[in-house]
Design a protein around this ligand. Structure first.
Ligand code: ACO
Length: 327
């Protein structure tokens, strides 16, 4: 058994754009504040009736086409999402059905913005078992459905989208390794208070706006920089690499100031960090596969390049993948 490589990537973004000027008409904010404090200029929003599975199925089809395979060749699906279509069936099951695939294992994982990083590591290990030949890791998020558009501290940050990767066993080593971590004691910094078994939907939970995401932005900001820097360091050290060996970092796109803070903390040039936050905002787990797909299609990643993906998210969870690009 050799390694596991990414053989195709794909992404899907809904067409509707919400600009900072649009948000100025909804809450007490300004394009200047949002741009200066976050780096975001616009974000995409799903139309009514479109769900995470619809975006995920399309991103998956595009990843399969990029890998030169038919979806029917996929042997398992891992879907990272905190905005599933429903509690159950899993969004992975719905994507499976939309792709017309039967009789394979599929499941969701809940690791918020770190979901794709967790998913790649789980997928790599499933393929390493030798039982499966082709895996699909998809991250899909309709963050607009859990966003309170009366809360200016949150609504300016979030957007919708999906990204996917096809992974395969190979002679080459692609996904070299990962560093994954979490600390549940930080759970209150970022959560969706109602709709689960603790606070099921009721008139009261709706009235108190508890079905929308809550966030302690300033506290998260500090933990995010520390956790992301730690993740990059850990994954690089494990392979005795130097920061100079890394061609490109694909970071979670929560805030441009967080990305620049991580670059500074690590002593790496900020231009090694791929940034598309100005166009899409924070799409939770979908940020990294969308950025990876974009960077690859733009020709910014060459065969043989070492890539680090890195994220933090609700849980709190955090982690990084070290990937050698083999396409
Ligand atoms: N427009 C104008 N003013 C605003 C806005 C807004 N949209 N939002 C907050 N403010 C105000 C605040 O009310 C505050 O005013 P005050 O000083 O009068 O009280 C002032 O701006 C400063 O607020 P801070 O919260 O200190 O602003 P900060 O510089 O920390 O930026 C931000 C806030 C952007 C939320 C930042 O803390 C951040 O990015 N944190 C991390 C967020 C994050 O990554 N969350 C996870 C993403 S969600 C997910 O993962 C699914």
């Amino acid at each position: 058994m050799g390694g596991v490589v990414i053989s195709g990537t794909g992404s899907f973004l809904p067409e509707q754009v919400i600009t900072n000027s649009d948000l100025e008409m909804m809450v007490d904010t300004s394009d200047e504040w949002i741009t200066a404090r976050t780096g975001i200029k616009e974000r995409r929003i799903c139309p009514r009736g479109m769900a995470s599975s619809d975006m995920g199925a399309e991103a998956s089809r595009r990843a399969c086409a990029d890998a030169g395979i038919s979806p029917s060749e996929v042997d398992f699906i891992i879907c990272a999402t905190v905005t599933p279509d429903n509690f159950f069936p899993s969004t992975a099951c719905i994507i499976q059905s939309k792709l017309g695939i039967k009789n394979i294992p599929v499941f969701d994982i809940s690791a918020a913005c770190s979901g794709f990083i967790y998913g790649l590591e789980i997928g790599k290990n499933l393929l390493s078992s030798g039982v499966y030949k082709t895996g699909l890791v998809v991250a899909s998020e309709c963050m607009s459905r859990v966003t309170d558009y009366t809360d200016r501290a949150i609504c300016v940050l979030l957007g919708d989208g999906s990204g996917a990767a096809v992974i395969k066993p190979s002679e080459e080593e692609g996904i070299m390794g990962s560093y994954l971590s979490a600390d549940g004691s930080y759970g209150d910094l970022l959560n969706l208070p109602a709709g689960g078994s603790l606070n099921p939907a009721s008139f009261d939970t709706v009235e108190k706006r508890m079905h929308f995401m809550k966030m302690e932005g300033a506290a998260l900001f500090k933990v995010a920089i520390r956790a992301m820097s730690e993740s990059v360091n850990k994954v690089i050290e494990r392979f005795n690499l130097k920061k100079n060996d890394i061609a490109i970092v694909i970071p979670h796109q929560a805030n441009l100031r967080i990305i620049n803070g991580v670059a500074k903390d690590l002593g790496m040039p900020a231009d090694k960090f791929y940034v598309n936050i100005e166009k899409y905002g924070n799409m939770s787990a979908a940020c990294i596969p969308i950025a990876l797909d974009e960077a690859s299609k733009k020709g910014l990643i060459k065969k043989g390049d070492l890539i680090v993906t890195v994220a933090f998210g609700g849980g709190l969870t955090w982690g990084a993948n070290l990937i050698r690009w083999t396409k």
